[in-house]
Design a protein around this ligand. Structure first.
Ligand code: ZN
Length: 152
């Protein structure tokens, strides 16, 4: 990977970490799942509105290292509006990228995480939000009776 390319990829992670997308509780969510990664101290909750077979909306909330938060932020932008099957395919792609370092042929935001494969301890950071999202799709945790408001 050339210096320019890794710099570009780093920009994606820094940008999502600095300005996370879809962050905060989603008042309309009908699925919630939580994930944590004790080895790094990362926490991530995913709030998701599933309408039939489609992810109508989703958000995440959490704290932790830059990799975990940037990955969760990017995940929400990629899965929004997707069907469950499309989301599963994206998850499989992402998982392959972070475990093997094989980036997609075209330059994409998801490829920004290819470098993670060289640091096995960080793979859990990168997949935390995605795991939570897939768990939410598959049923997730019971939605709490009290809905808290979105804080921006
Ligand atoms: Zn982490």
């Amino acid at each position: 990977m050339s210096g320019d390319l890794s710099e570009l990829y780093q920009q994606v992670i820094l940008d999502h970490n600095k300005r996370p997308r879809n962050r905060g509780k989603l008042p309309t969510a009908n699925r919630v799942a939580h994930g944590d990664n004790p080895t790094c101290g990362d926490q991530c909750s995913v709030y998701l509105r599933l309408d039939g077979d489609r992810i109508a909306d989703l958000s995440f909330d959490g704290s932790g290292c830059a990799i975990s938060q940037a990955s969760a932020s990017l995940m929400t932008t990629l899965l929004k509006g997707k069907t469950v099957a499309e989301a599963q395919a994206l998850y499989d792609d992402f998982h392959r990228i972070v475990t093997t370092g094989t980036a997609p042929e075209e330059i994409s935001d998801i490829g920004a995480f290819a470098g993670v494969h060289a640091f096995p301890a960080r793979i859990k950071c990168a997949t935390l939000g995605w795991h939570a999202a897939m768990n939410a799709i598959k049923g997730g945790d019971p939605v709490p009776a009290t809905t808290e408001t979105h804080t921006d």
